[in-house]
Design a protein around this ligand. Structure first.
Ligand code: ZN
Length: 163
């Protein structure tokens, strides 16, 4: 099987790249609404955020009751729970892409730096488990294991971080 998939989209009213390209981590749709037309329903999601990009034309979206004007070049992020409905302008069609992906994986789950009293090492977390390093001032919920360090190793607490 090839290591890539390519397709070409003309002016179909809606194409789901998930099917066409065999996507495995995101749903991407390309949508075309003619002037005066709108998506006939309001929808929301449980866990997925959506990123919308307007490629051509103009229109608007209602998000939780607020109407937002859209023009080519506009991009939006919409939280999962928001109720949304897109429509084209009365005098212009609109072409937009929608990227739907699970919210959260790029957010750091912990502060990125933990400071150590021992100057020999700086512990950073979250990170892959690594050899025990002398460190105090821990966020203990970020530790897989911890135990007191010997004086010889600089004292403090030894910890192994969760990924
Ligand atoms: Zn959606």
């Amino acid at each position: 099987m090839a290591n890539y998939a390519k397709t070409h989209i003309g002016n179909e009213s809606r194409v789901e790249l998930h099917e066409v390209l065999g996507l495995t981590g995101a749903e991407v749709s390309v949508n075309n609404l003619p002037a005066g037309a709108g998506v006939p329903f309001v929808h929301a999601h449980k866990e997925n955020e959506e990123i919308y990009g307007v490629l051509e034309g103009a229109g608007s979206v209602t998000i939780d009751g607020e109407e937002i004007e859209l023009a080519a070049g506009d991009w939006l992020r919409i939280s999962p729970a928001a109720h949304r409905q897109f429509r084209a302008a009365s005098d212009s069609g609109i072409t937009y892409v929608c990227i739907q992906v699970k919210q959260g994986p790029l957010m750091p789950s912990q502060p990125t730096t933990l400071s150590c009293s021992n100057s020999r090492s700086v512990c950073k977390g979250p990170m892959k488990p690594r050899p025990l390093a002398p460190c105090t001032n821990l966020l203990t919920q970020n530790c897989l294991t911890s135990r007191p360090a010997s004086r010889k190793r600089g004292g403090g607490t030894l910890c192994r971080f969760r990924e």
